[in-house]
Design a protein around this ligand. Sequence first.
Ligand SMILES: [Zn+2]
Length: 490
Amino acid sequence: MKLPLKNRSDKRNPSLEERPVPKRRRPKRSKRPAAPRKKREFHFSFLSKISPRLALLILFAVIVVSAGIFILVSTLMEKEKEEAPEYDPQSDFYSEGNKEYEFDIPDVSSGYSYYKFDSSTLVEYTGDVDILSFNQIVAYTSRAFDGDENAKEIDSRSLTAKEFWDVLEALYEKGYIILSPNDIVEETVAFDGSTQIKVKSLLLPKNRIPIVLIFQDLDYSPDSGYADGLIINKNGDIWSQSTDENGNDVLSPELDVITLLDKFVSYHPDFSFNGAKGCIAITGQDGVLGFNTQSSNKDEENRQYEIAYAKAVVSRLKNTGWSFACHTYSHIDIAGSEYTTVVSDITKWVNEVGPIVGSTKVFVYPESDTREAVLPVKEGDTYNYLLDLGFEIFAASGNASALENLGSGSAVLCTYMIFDGYALRYSRDQLLDIVDVASIYDSTVRTNYGTGYTVSTPDTGSDSVDSGTDTTQGSDPGTDSTEDGGGSAE
Ligand SMILES: [Zn+2]
């Protein structure tokens, strides 16, 4: 049964109808019977005129030339094989779904060809690994910073699309290269046969600094200036979707933090190591990536559709370098919660979110769980429970990036630095070794709530304290064409 339109806002997926169905052309059959072929007669009499020696020589030459052509053709074909993008089909998303619903979900099976560094040029990296965490980005600054009661919260939580793009530019310029959290740990087997999880020694391209990007609490509320949701476009790519002031659909890679990073990496493929993008930390109570997959959605038919579509999106993201992490079901404070509370929350995540995002070894503590808060509980029941579920890479917030082995090789703890709107105003010193936030902060769209540093005004170039202007007239990146190849939000 195909779902009627009212069961979900099909604004999210207007490209479905446009998907071209490849037509197969049948070869035309001729109605007339073919004329009988004239037998050709070959005359070999000329051979009798040449010496047997010359004939042998000609035969030999023919064999040599044919062998040469054969080798050339097979080499070319082999080369073509090597360069074809690898594809790992994880397209089981609709086979697991509820069979009584039949969903029309686009194909996500197109390949992902990422930049491959020559392994012989990689060198040992002995420095620190930086770990940053971002929230959703503001696509429409005029909606976000409109002075309503949420404006200040959005200001503190989010970067704008342009600011996020500028951060990526700055990181790339500085030589950073994106790694997946799974790239920075390794499993080894100890003498007693037990598995040890340890921070891995890294081999990286020369002069590059590893960075892990975490994305959490991805919000899809259009009134706050965020994108409406994610869609799979007709090429099988993940794009963001929104509605402009006139009520028209806007489909773009520039409205969402995920799709904007995808776009940046498509311009700078060597920003990504082995194709890695970000690690998305997922809760469950508000659904998954803007899809209403949560059990509190009581419209079961709609929920099944949302689950199936979310699985397709997740599958495509995984195929293009993204990874996923558990972020608890209800964004609970783990260190401050009773063991039983944690178990019931995480059980819900495992049952409801697990089937959508698949298994993961990464557990990103919600922001209130700082490194200092989670370290003392690392040997308690809660920690052992999380280990039993298969988590072995834990991430907690802190003032500086860090990687450390936990216990006796039971897990690795990553400390991430939060890079949000608040950090843009007040964490300049903490982030200075990575990016100077003063060069990122966009005073032309943000209300002047003050900053912890001096802002230089773009028009005069002179320095003045906290000179963010009060204008709230932001421009909307989503209405831009995507051809410029430059910034995201002009
Ligand atoms: Zn969070």
